[in-house]
Ligand binder design. Sequence first.
Ligand code: ATP
Length: 441
Amino acid sequence: MSETTMEKIVSLCKRRGFIFPSSEIYGGLASTWDYGPLGAELKRNLKESWWKSVVHQREDMEGLDAAILMHPHTWKASGHLEGFTDALVDCKNCKKRFRADHLPGEGSKKKCPECKSVIDLDETPPRLFNLMLKTYLGPVEDESAVTYMRPETAQGIFVNFVNVLNSRHRKLPFGIAQIGKSFRNEITPGNFTFRTREFEQMEIEYFVKPEDAASWYERWVQERFQWYESLGINKEKLRLRPHGSDELAHYAKACTDIEYLFPFGWSELEGIANRGDFDLKQHAQVSGKDLTYFDQAQNRRYLPYVIEPSGGVDRAALAFLVDAYREEEVNEATRVVLGLNKELAPFKVAVLPLLKKKPEIVEIAKKICSGLQKKFVVKYDDTAAIGKLYRRQDEIGTLYCVTVDVQSLEDNKVTVRDRDTMQQERIEINLLEKYLTDKLV
Ligand code: ATP
């Protein structure tokens, strides 16, 4: 089998409308991407699957949609104002800026990755650079108006812990889930949509009794791993990587990353951390509000511990795209297939008229299409010959192609073609919806 490269993925994404460079007509904006018609569907499906599995199909979870802009004290409490920094060095020669820990070279003598001149860290010491994007709220751009674009969605959950606890009459353990945009002024974005400055996160804060935190942490690591597996990702390319004690944030008790083997190497899709009571304690301190939980059974008050599974929508989408991509030799031609799982595939069914010159065929095809659209995401396409239409649908992962031909006018049957096997079956039009429902639901 030929190798899946990032070039092939980027090209397919552009060609078929998954992902475009952002503001492309102006030359684009570095490491910023727009999801096209297919990408928007894929991301929706991913988020819906996540929400279903962590909110709708559980008794112990609630959903939330907090604002991107938060009170600046949030970031003081969370530690982002002080600690969310990278050490950066400027190259005096080419004026480019790099992360100090990414520079090649020995001791204090480093080499500029760009112009190859020597960067002497004794002469130009690294400076800390905060990764939060700053903005001003209101008409006056002074210090009192400074606000930040959230660098993670998690803090919106912590500040609402008591609101959700009380409004939903919750008892521990329970969790809050949220999907939303986050922003980080990453110094070295790249690898397509893997690391960008604007991205979407799917985060859970799961509140537990302190003594139960270790076992809930293990459970969440397993559950999150299984979610990726359940959507059909190749198990050999998915692994758990527990953090060493030198890697852990000072407050974290444990952390494990779920990693995928991208063409550019093993890289993080999601992190699951046991954060102790760090976040609630910090917010209680800075806000002066009581964020403790009263445990009636034990007749005691305490700050719950928190397990945080935190994943990226864009990284998951990229992993599933890479994982689904395959090339097959069919009749001495290359067939590109996106073998996306049925839950993730942007379009489930395509309806194709074999002869668009025949109005009766087009009429039946359009009728079938609008009937099926009440149940599935279905697209009609007559813009090319059938062979080409099949290839196009294969490349975007459409699971079934329904073809209406001359014979359909006589026998009221259509041909249904399976994306993966390319097997074709004749199905009666009035049984088509049931046939597809059995396959897709
Ligand atoms: P990394 O080490 O790759 O910078 P991180 O450990 O800082 O990631 P977290 O702060 O744990 O990431 O964020 C949780 C998740 O959010 C990550 O697992 C990832 O899926 C996603 N994420 C974080 N930063 C980015 C980014 N710049 N672009 C896209 N997704 C991101």
